[in-house]
Write a protein that binds this ligand. Sequence first.
Ligand SMILES: CCCCCCC[C@@H](O)CC(=O)SCCNC(=O)CCNC(=O)[C@H](O)C(C)(C)COP(=O)(O)OP(=O)(O)OC[C@H]1O[C@@H](n2cnc3c(N)ncnc32)[C@H](O)[C@@H]1OP(=O)(O)O
Length: 283
Amino acid sequence: MSLDVGVVGQPWPPEPRTWSSSDALLYALGVGAGSDERFDELAFVTENSAGRPQQVLPSFVVTLASLGLDPRLGGFELSQVLHAGMEIELRAALPPEGSVEADTVAEAILDKGRDAIVVLRTTLRDPHTGAPVAVTRSTSLVLGEGGFGGGRGPAPAEWRLPARDPDASLRMETRVEQALLYRLSGDRNPLHSDPVAAARAGFPRPVLHGLCTFGVAARALLHAYAGGDPGRFGRMGVRFTAPVYPGQDLLVNVWKTGGGVQFQARAGDRVVLDRGVFALRAS
Ligand SMILES: CCCCCCC[C@@H](O)CC(=O)SCCNC(=O)CCNC(=O)[C@H](O)C(C)(C)COP(=O)(O)OP(=O)(O)OC[C@H]1O[C@@H](n2cnc3c(N)ncnc32)[C@H](O)[C@@H]1OP(=O)(O)O
């Protein structure tokens, strides 16, 4: 057991996170923006199109969040980690360039028998006012680190899809080189680029970053339910339930419900994003 459960609930010192216009543009390309003729995405992938100020995809906040490979959590390896879930909540649209302060706390380290689950929450704050700009929650499965006598955590909240066909189905392309582009936004885990590292982890070829899949689905929801306006994007959460391979299409099935939408995404015949929730920002 090399995870340090003693860190749970102990806030980390605030960390500055800064981004440039190019960081936001590169991220947008990394999640496939700019080439889908159904969506007007020019302002997300250029800063100099006549009369169009640059806009930032709401899911860009994941690149500012703490995901968890941090020495404070203990001594496990990147090759032991699979991303299992991500939630984001936006309080404001992000400017094309800027900085925030990241306040992170390990909310839980759960013992799932063979494996452990690590849940990290990061609050991104305006460095001048301290006001929260976004809150993220990243859940990772750390292979082989369970069995330390900890709790399994509470049962997941009730989540059931409506018993009817989806209200919308959006087919989203990913490119064969999608992970090679996405890694330039910060996560250079070789699982996503090196066939040898992928084979060592038991995959036939490099897998797409969970957060790239997240960003592709976030684009679908932004355009279908928020009119393409980042200022209306409120909250999104998923579990990553099966790997996606670069070049696979995602089929994002969406059901409108009382407070927002529920969604699920498939790649081929597998559900890859499950327990999906999305809501517009409360005005
Ligand atoms: C810490 C550093 C972080 C760094 C960030 C990540 C770096 C990135 O580079 C890594 C990646 O992007 S990996 C690629 C994306 N992820 C994937 O492809 C994983 C896909 N998912 C799977 O394979 C399985 O669902 C799998 C393997 C995840 C789980 O499947 P199973 O082993 O069959 O287990 P399952 O029964 O589904 O779950 C075990 C227990 O865990 C709980 N759980 C799972 N996902 C959860 C989530 N998102 N939130 C909370 N709990 C979660 C389950 O409920 C279950 O618990 P219990 O048995 O108590 O109900």
